[in-house]
Design a protein around this ligand. Structure first.
Ligand code: 5RP
Length: 229
């Protein structure tokens, strides 16, 4: 199985968890994109009824509409039954780094509130310790980016302002903020670091998702591996 097949396999597996009348948090990224497309097909074919999606980004929203998943916003629903999203790194305790797509704030808002948060990854995302391969994205208020980038040094980390690729200058998030990518030398306690980073004035949210995933579906060469709480 190649990586795309692994992504498709975990996306299909997650569909089995969606039932009629559920409100589904729709994550961002290439793996969740498969899930959204497959979910739309089931809805369009009449195999799932009264299912609504709460998108975590414009990407998820546009794709959901295109695929036939009716969308609602967070303030229109009483609860989210299940949220499905990808991740950039997953450690053995199911702590995550997310935010490559710069949608981390809305992702965390939706996933924190979901009755069940399901993570879809291929095996390349598994790490022994968070921060091994990926920096931690931190969404910051633009006026504070430089001060925060310097302050991150206290954690033995270096932070870079994320630059846009098809726009001059920095990436601007859907909330109008900047992203710092912080490379940590060693993340000993993800939950502790997640809380400490969010305590810095000007930080909107950071991409450590500690202690929040209920189920991780990992696509491997030998099939799907499950990590559960
Ligand atoms: C976006 C994210 C994505 O979920 C994460 O980057 C994984 O994406 P992909 O499935 O494309 O590897 O956090 O902000």
């Amino acid at each position: 199985m190649n990586v795309e097949d692994m992504k498709k396999a975990v996306a299909r597996e997650a569909l089995g968890l969606v039932e009629d009348e559920m409100i589904v948090g729709l994550g961002t990224g290439s793996t969740t994109a498969y899930f959204i497309r497959y979910l739309g097909k089931l809805i369009m074919d009449g195999e799932l009824e009264d299912v609504y999606g709460v998108p975590t980004s414009y990407q998820a929203r546009l794709l959901a509409i295109e695929s036939g998943v009716p969308v609602v916003s967070l303030d229109e629903v009483d609860a989210i039954d299940i949220a499905v999203d990808g991740a950039d790194e997953v450690d053995p305790h199911m702590n995550l780094i997310k935010g490559r797509g710069a949608a981390l704030t809305m992702e965390k808002i939706v996933e924190y509130r979901a009755g069940m948060f399901v993570v879809l990854v291929d095996e390349s995302k598994l790490v022994e310790r968070l921060g091994q391969k990926m920096p931690v994205p931190i969404e910051v208020v633009p006026a504070a980016w430089r001060a925060i980038a310097e302050e991150i040094g206290v954690f033995n980390a270096t932070a870079e302002l994320r630059m846009a690729e098809k726009k001059d200058g920095p990436v601007v998030t859907e909330n109008g903020n900047f992203i710092l990518d912080a490379k940590f030398h060693h993340i000993e306690d993800p939950l502790d670091l997640e809380i400490e980073l969010n305590n810095i004035p000007g930080v909107v949210e950071n991409g450590i998702f500690a202690d929040i995933a209920d189920l991780v579906l990992v696509g491997t060469g030998d099939g799907i591996k499950k990590m559960e709480r």
